[in-house]
Design a binder for this molecule. Sequence first.
Ligand code: AMP
Length: 456
Amino acid sequence: MTDSHETHDHHLFSTTRFEDLDLHQDLLQGIRDLGFEKLTRVQDEVLPISLEGRDVVAQAQTGSGKTAAYLLTAYQRLMTELRSEASEGNPRCLIITPTRELAVQVSRDAEGLGAHTGLRVHVVFGGLDYKKQRAVLSEGVDILVGTPGRLIDYHQQGAYSLRHTEVVIIDECDRLFDMGFAEDLRWLLHRLPHPRDRQTLMFTATLSRRVTSIGWREMDDPAEIVIDREQLTPETIHQELYHVAAHEKFSLLLGLLKREGEGRTMIFVNTRVAARRLVEDLERNGYRARGLTGNVEQIRRLRVLDQFRDGDLPILVATDVASRGLHIDGVSHVINYDLPQDPEDYVHRIGRTARVGAQGKAFSLACDDYIYSLDAIQKYIGYDIPVVFADDDLYLQPVPRMRSSRPSRDRGPSSSRRNPSSSRRGEREDSRPRRRRRRRPSTQKKKDGEKKSSSD
Ligand code: AMP
């Protein structure tokens, strides 16, 4: 372990061990199986309060161990309190997440931690297996994880009831709002027992006023836990900023990929079109890459994620909506091929690397199209990203694109320069500026993060 690794460990982990907590033996067994020993700081701050049954609002990033913090709270309660007869068959714990990928991951984590508890975890989300998910739900479930649209849909069909739910977890609350789920969230919360008769835990990367207002209205005197801001960009992430002309970005990317050698690299772009084009360009230049964007069919997205996670796929090209909140261990490099337009996304993106104590590198290419967001990013993180000057030999000549009959696909990286607005209009994936107000939950099935398939 390097010095900085130790420093980061020190920053991320507390000195408390899971054995020090009065957790149910079956849970301790699950924790041991996963190899967890010490609590992360978030866990150390949240668990003593949440295990007492108190509501908590915690500002915590993905990568801080927040999922285990709330899952352990829920499991401990479910293991130590008897299920009421009235709740038979219905979820005792509800976990609401903004995206289907996060829902799947949370349910995986729950299955891991709860492997010895005998409790049933079920996940529901749009896009896949409509009837199958419903059938499993009807068989009875202890912990229900889902995205708002599907949760509401099944609830409206009477597939389950929330009247006796004991623990409610709202994960990535800020992102739920950003994705336009505010009304859905309220709809679900109003079908649950009164805040005083349930435990509510809320996790969010930012404590905006919208987020805290939910805390006051829908929770019972919650404890507020804020992890300090330096944690937003862990110091084990080596950051570099390159100023580059838009038409030379791809050459520089090739140089960086070559210089860095083998690794597991996430490349972020701002639009689906850019993601598709970049995957094509990378493949033409001999790199195996796949895209992770909101429009890709659900089953393919999960497959691509698995391949990347398992180390079979070295490069994932992602947009923000598709990648928020994913736990992918061992990401060695994050490359902001497009600088994000929202400063929070910079933190989320580079947080994909250096997860739980590991080290990683984050390179950002500041081109003429997206440079305007740099000031806001640096203001938000509280420091200037170190600028690195790229020597000429870091720019590699790409294999030229073939002329094709599909002109829109055939534009080089310089196309955005010729017509800078074209890449920003149209297929922008970040949902924030396009927030839509929707009136009724039942009309909210088709959306970027959670699209129902035609088979639904
Ligand atoms: P999260 O912040 O919930 O996204 O967690 C990020 C990663 O940290 C997941 O892969 C967890 O399995 C892992 N993790 C959570 N808590 C601990 C812990 N106490 N020790 C080691 N790894 C952990």
